[in-house]
Design a protein around this ligand. Structure first.
Ligand SMILES: NC(=O)c1ccc[n+]([C@@H]2O[C@H](COP(=O)([O-])OP(=O)(O)OC[C@H]3O[C@@H](n4cnc5c(N)ncnc54)[C@H](OP(=O)(O)O)[C@@H]3O)[C@@H](O)[C@H]2O)c1
Length: 262
């Protein structure tokens, strides 16, 4: 590999990004498309996915919107079949869809706990299994990138999200286990651990932004003194998906303004 282009190109690859109807998933899908990959964008909200797909196709790649609820096994399997038919075999899987049920630990309901684990942990595991099985069969290796969180490493003194934090801790260690088991098949499995990026997940719908009470504390405890900006996660996903990262597996890459450094 002699050029920057060769190090980072994803031309000829097919990627699947879950949770790409809004928030960080759109950024991940856009990043992979910028590097040349065809992308399937998956979530429940059809119209939003169509809009994202139209925007991504402007980059000169194919983009397939796929509607599915990842907590429903049949839906998930149907979605994978649709992607295979529309774009071919998945080379790059980005497990990004997530939910963060909010409430003090002593008051979280069983439904909240179950939903955090179903979307954030079980669905990514099942997708990893399906995609890796096909990669193993094809024999060409592949890339899996799980979107964990700084809350996969440490607790949160800002948001009471016990189910979310438990699920992210599990995703982080699942990433390491899968990396070890699938290394011999040429499949790399890594995770990105973002800190704070304004999205629907943490915006207060009543004020259209992160509640200033929380935002102040996010800024205060982030060494860089600010939240993440749009575009600041793009390089991480391109790198982990690219030829340049061929010997990187089992890594958890924080993109967090230094949150995990202290
Ligand atoms: N924003 C942050 O500060 C931050 C920090 C650390 C980690 N993260 C992680 O980054 C990822 C993306 O978060 P975000 O902030 O972009 O959240 P977001 O704006 O709330 O987006 C979540 C995405 O997940 C999809 N989704 C939720 N439940 C689903 C289901 N059952 N089936 C299919 N899709 C589902 C949603 O689409 P539909 O509603 O259309 O299904 C949406 O596209 C998550 O894993 C999150 O934990 C975010």
């Amino acid at each position: 590999m002699n050029s920057l282009q060769e190090l980072f190109t994803l031309q000829g690859k097919t990627a699947l990004v879950t949770g790409a109807s809004g928030g960080l998933g759109v950024e991940f899908a856009r990043a992979l498309a910028v590097a040349g990959a065809d992308v399937a964008v998956l979530a429940r909200r059809k119209e939003r996915l169509r809009k994202v797909a139209r925007e991504i196709e402007q980059l000169g790649v194919r983009c397939l919107p796929v509607t599915a609820d990842l907590t429903v096994q049949d839906d998930l399997e149907r979605a994978l079949a649709e992607i295979h038919e529309g774009l071919g075999a998945v080379d790059i899987l980005v497990n990004n869809a997530g939910v963060a049920p909010f409430g003090k630990a002593e008051r979280q309901t069983r439904e909240q706990w179950d939903s955090a684990l179903a979307v954030n942990l079980t669905a990514p595991f099942v997708l990893c299994q399906h995609v890796a099985r096909a990669m193993i069969e094809r024999g060409g290796g592949g890339r899996i990138i799980n979107i964990s969180s700084v809350m996969g490493e440490v607790a949160s003194s800002i948001f009471p999200t016990v189910g979310y934090n438990a699920s992210k801790g599990a995703v982080t260690n699942m990433t390491r286990q899968l990396a070890v088991e699938w290394a011999r098949h040429g499949i790399t499995v890594n995770a990105i651990a973002p800190a704070w990026f304004p999205t629907e997940m943490n915006r207060d719908p009543k004020i259209g932004d992160i509640n200033p009470k929380y935002k102040e504390r996010m800024e205060q405890f982030t060494p860089m003194g600010r939240l993440g900006n749009e575009g600041e996660l793009m390089a991480a996903v391109i790198f982990l998906a690219s030829p340049a990262a061929s010997y990187v597996t089992g890594a958890i890459l924080p993109v967090d303004g230094g949150w995990l450094a202290w």
